[in-house]
Design a protein around this ligand. Structure first.
Ligand code: SF4
Ligand code: SF4
Length: 471
């Protein structure tokens, strides 16, 4: 049984999450929901489906046509799954991470290797930065090698992630890869914080008196929390994938899955992290550039850059722009927090207010992905069916279903404004907390930065767009 380093956590004088919850309606009180969550079908049935789809993506990616518009791998991965992922995070928290196809291979590897080590201090301390680096690398690599336009590269990327996940699974108990390394974990955790559901302990007293702490350690029949969470002290969705193991293992029925006001966790969070604020700022850049990349203005900018500077290589020009944008946004955010914070408290301010920017980024990300889904989803579905009926990809490709034209995204503007308003409100709520490191009246710098970002994103959606990133 793993060592349980939760004594200090349980001693924190934190209010029971129930005490600050507005709705608190426990979904597990609905009998069919509870029965399903504790059944052996959950999450196994979903994992089986996603594993089959993963196998198909790899097969078609490696062996079928190299035309991305007609290949199952690119169509399903980039035109269906990828656009739907952020939406699933808003609706169901990080549940994707429990039905992810990498989970069964991770569990198989651990059954064979039986690792005994828990993640050490390095991973626990720097995992969030590691995740940011893997995310930046995958984003950059995608642009360099046009992974989303290449079935082969798509399959190889997924196989590389599978290989890395298995290696980490052999080294550490439970899911160190998902918690500390997975590039997707960068935003799944952050966006899951806005979800309308949360899994928490429903009784601090019961948990404090509980000897077994089975939710964390596991029981004779159910494993411990794969993401190293102790439900008694959880105040965030970021590291809960709703796998349901704690529901199955808790002998006191002290775990509940409740509805809540979406986003409230962003300002109630008791443990803001500097690294996560860094990830949020990085997402600002990635989401902006991914959307800008769809505009005709981006092509004009790149032409200008290549024609008026010493740069002649497109990839180098893109890389320098990417790095410069990350440094610029990070630098501005640093200045904003320096201006906004009380003396000696900028780190707290940097960490706490980072979460205020999530609603805006999420809205832009949803708008961006929705554009792809509606425009390209019908074609992707027909490509997927065609691939399955034609596994070698040698038949003549059919005429594809037309997507709904989305070249004018002006109607995305209300969504961005909604996100911006959510961010402003979140910033105001965070500023009310003494632990946010700001003095009275020091909300202004964050409000200005948020307004500037909102205007920039609105302006982005008003520009003429192409459908797919291409150069
Ligand atoms: S096993 Fe149940 S009662 Fe015990 S600490 Fe975990 S959630 Fe609380
Ligand atoms: S807290 Fe419970 S549901 Fe969440 S990851 Fe841990 S075991 Fe799974």
């Amino acid at each position: 049984m793993p060592a349980l380093k939760i004594k200090s956590q349980s001693q924190r004088a934190r209010p029971s999450p129930r005490a600050v919850d507005a709705w608190g309606w426990d979904l597990l009180a609905i009998k069919p929901v509870r029965r399903f969550m504790v059944s052996r079908w959950y999450p196994g049935a979903f994992q089986a489906i996603s594993l089959v789809l993963f196998g198909m993506v790899v097969y078609f990616g490696l062996f079928s046509t190299i035309r991305p518009a007609y290949n199952f791998a690119t169509a399903v991965t980039w035109n269906l799954w990828w656009p739907l992922l952020p939406l699933s995070l808003v609706l169901m928290g990080r549940m994707w991470c429990t039905i992810c196809p990498l989970v069964p291979p991770i569990e198989l590897a651990q059954r064979l290797a039986n690792p005994t080590r828990m993640p050490g201090q390095f991973l626990r301390r720097y995992g969030v930065w590691l995740m940011g680096l893997t995310f930046i690398f995958v984003t950059w690599a995608n642009r360099m090698w046009s992974i989303i336009s290449s079935p082969r590269a798509t399959a190889l990327l997924l196989l590389a992630l599978l290989g890395l996940a298995v290696v980490v699974a052999v080294l550490y108990k439970r899911r160190a890869f998902c918690r500390y390394i997975c590039p997707i974990g960068t935003f799944t955790g952050l966006y899951a914080m806005t979800a309308a559901v949360e899994l928490r302990s429903n009784s601090a007293a019961t948990c404090d008196g509980c000897k077994g702490k089975e939710c964390y350690r596991g029981s004779d029949t159910v494993g411990g929390c794969p993401l190293y969470q102790y439900t008694r002290t959880m105040d965030s969705n970021r590291n809960c994938n709703l796998c349901g193991q704690c529901i199955k293992s808790c002998p006191h029925g002290a775990v509940e899955l409740r509805l809540r006001t979406p986003g409230r966790e962003l300002w109630l969070l008791g443990t803001p992290l500097l690294g996560e604020a860094f990830l949020v700022m990085m997402l600002v850049v990635v989401v902006y550039m991914q959307t800008a990349d769809m505009t005709t203005a981006w092509a004009d900018y790149m032409r200008w850059l290549l024609g008026n500077t010493a740069l002649v290589d497109y990839n180098l020009a893109f890389t320098l722009t990417f790095v410069a944008a990350i440094l610029a946004v990070m630098g501005i955010y640093l200045l904003v927090t320096r201006w906004a914070s009380a003396p000696g408290a900028w780190r707290r301010n940097f960490a706490a207010f980072g979460y205020a920017y999530i609603p805006l980024i999420l809205a832009v990300h949803l708008g961006h992905n929705f554009t792809h889904l509606v425009s390209e989803g019908p074609k992707a579905l027909s490509a997927a069916f065609w691939s399955v009926l034609n596994p070698l990809g040698t038949a003549t490709a059919p005429v594809q279903a037309a997507g709904i034209p989305m070249l004018n995204q002006a109607w995305m503007v209300p969504l961005v404004l909604l996100g911006g308003t959510g961010s402003l409100y979140t910033a105001w709520r965070i500023s009310q907390k003494p632990a946010s490191g700001g003095g009275k009246g020091k909300l202004l710098p964050h409000l200005i930065f948020l307004l500037v970002l909102t205007v920039l994103f609105v302006q982005l959606f008003l520009l003429p767009m192409n459908l797919r990133h291409a150069h």
